[in-house]
Design a protein around this ligand. Structure first.
Ligand code: FAD
Length: 488
């Protein structure tokens, strides 16, 4: 039996990101992945939202993705375009980049960090005890880990075997999705009832085309066929446009379910294993990657004995409400896409509302993940929110906040004259003296008062903001990054 600190079941976007975060913290982690390679059946997710690009920027890898995709105003709610170019972030846009291209780039980064991936095998069961988890892998392999994380997608075996309830709504609508070659030029664009046809290569246009078609029935047995695709095209467009071949055909529904708990003992869930919802708003992959960034440093600190196991409870406390909100807004988007005249009237009303600045900012900040606010109590408006990527001047020259987060370590950023004895935490927290000339602006909230100092978690969220003499600062340091080390 091989031992690892953490075993991750599933090497999709969530599992890969989590593995990278753990590896940065020096944790011995292994991924078990069913697929023999990183290749995907279908393109799946269409891109990244602003906060995910920021999160990748925090690790110094955003450019790898930006150079592979197309920056665009991709944000939309139920087909209503939402421009975020006035948002106070360096990445005031989304990135059109298919998941089939996103995953290999992320996997390369994880490979550079030295994480082993056991490909072509799957986790088939596990048993946890007080000190760890025995993980049974297909092909008679057994692994022993301190923690097992299920990043194994919506049908998660880990979630089911852990007995975690997956509560929510059964599907009411089913869509076919495919990449096709057609003899005739199809009608391009989104449809009132959701779905539509568009070129796979969004820059060059032309075929192959991606098609999404609302189906008449919800229940289906087996994989979708070419005949079903042809029938659905004719039902929606009155023609199959000379459908020749399909590179792949798949199906998705508006099922919306969420794990009742993201943790059971030494077993945790992240990504689609913890929440599934319809793809409206393009939030699934983004939410999974951000789950991973919230969990990674916490799990690393628990494994390193820096923090007590109770730190892991903050993962559920912070990310479950975020997932619930995603389910909620996708349910609203599905309801709005009903094709009848009454819903069209509602969409028209929403379009008018969302053309106003305040509603647009609120909804767009929610969909882009830029407004996420973990409840860390009362205090400065920054508390629990994402730290803006300020330009800084330090004794070593100019830098920016996200650069300070590249190694996924916490930062105590001091922006005022004044000192603080960081020595009880100096092996864990980096103390940086810097100056920033300019305003502090947050999405939706606008300008906020500049705090004299901020304590930034490795996930880029603010754990404390105030004056270095504030007695809350040592408490915040101990809460998030472990007890003070006694002086020798
Ligand atoms: C049509 C469609 C469009 C979408 N569009 C968007 C979009 O625009 N934006 C967006 O953010 N999201 C979108 N999504 C959602 C997105 O694809 C998922 O949310 C995302 O893939 C979730 O990542 P994950 O790593 O959590 O799970 P998955 O991608 O499902 O990865 C799970 C991995 O676990 C492996 N696995 C499963 N079981 C086991 C096992 N027992 N042992 C080992 N390995 C196992 C699988 O092979 C897989 O690689 C879309 C989804 C669909 C279907």
């Amino acid at each position: 039996m091989t031992e690892h600190a953490v075993v991750i079941a599933g090497g999709g976007p969530t599992g890969l990101m989590l593995a990278g975060e753990l590896a940065l913290a020096g944790i011995d982690v292994v991924i078990v992945e069913r697929r023999a390679s990183q290749d995907l059946d279908g393109s799946r997710a269409g891109g990244l939202h602003s906060r995910t690009i920021e999160v990748l920027d925090q690790r110094g890898i955003a450019e790898r993705f930006l150079s592979a995709g197309q920056v665009a105003q991709v944000q939309g709610f139920a087909g209503i375009r939402l421009d975020i170019s006035d948002f106070p972030t360096r990445h005031n846009y989304g990135l059109a980049l298919w998941q089939s291209r996103f995953e290999p780039i992320l996997a390369d980064w994880v490979g550079e960090l030295g994480v082993p991936i056991l490909r072509g095998c799957e986790v088939v069961g596990f048993a946890q005890d007080d000190t760890g988890v025995d993980v049974e892998v297909s092909g008679d392999t057994s692994l022993r880990a301190e923690y097992l994380v299920g990043c194994d997608g919506g049908r998660s075996l880990i979630r089911k075997a852990a007995g975690i309830d997956f509560a929510g709504l059964d599907p009411s609508t089913s869509w076919l999705i495919a990449e096709v070659e057609m003899d005739e030029e199809p009608e391009l664009g989104m449809r009132r009832e959701g779905g539509g046809i568009g070129p796979v290569n969004r820059l060059e246009g032309g075929g192959p085309f991606g098609v999404v078609l609302r189906e008449r029935h919800v229940d289906h047995i087996g994989d979708p066929s070419m005949d079903e695709l042809r029938e659905a095209l004719v039902a929606v467009y009155g023609t199959d446009y000379g459908l020749r071949t399909a590179n792949w055909i798949s199906r998705f529904t508006d099922m919306a379910r969420q794990a009742a708990s993201y943790r059971r003992g030494r077993v945790l869930l992240a990504g689609d294993a913890a929440h599934v919802h319809p793809p409206q708003g393009g939030q699934g992959l983004n939410t999974g990657v951000q789950d991973a960034v919230n969990l990674g440093w916490k799990l690393a600190q628990v494994v390193n004995w820096t923090s007590p196991e109770s730190l892991l409870d903050t993962y559920h406390a912070e990310r479950h409400p975020v997932g619930a909100r995603v389910l909620h807004n996708t349910m609203a988007a599905v309801a709005l896409s009903s094709p009848d005249d009454r819903h069209q009237a509602l969409r028209d009303t929403m379009t008018e509302l969302l053309s106003m600045d305040e509603p647009r900012r609120r909804i767009a900040a929610m969909l882009s993940g830029l407004d996420i606010h973990y409840d860390l109590g009362d205090g400065h408006p920054l508390l629990g929110r994402r730290m803006p990527d300020l330009d800084l001047h330090t004794a070593d020259g100019p830098t920016r906040v996200f650069t300070l987060l590249h190694d996924a370590r916490p930062v105590l950023l001091n922006l005022d004259p004044g000192g603080f004895d960081i020595s009880p935490w100096e092996n864990r927290v980096r103390f940086v003296d810097a100056r920033h000339a300019g305003v502090w602006e947050l999405p939706v909230l606008g300008e906020v008062a500049a705090p004299p100092a901020v304590l930034i978690r490795p996930d880029g969220h603010v754990a404390w903001a105030g004056d270095l003499t504030d007695p809350e600062l040592p408490r915040a340091l101990a809460t998030w990054f472990g007890a003070a080390t006694p002086a020798h």
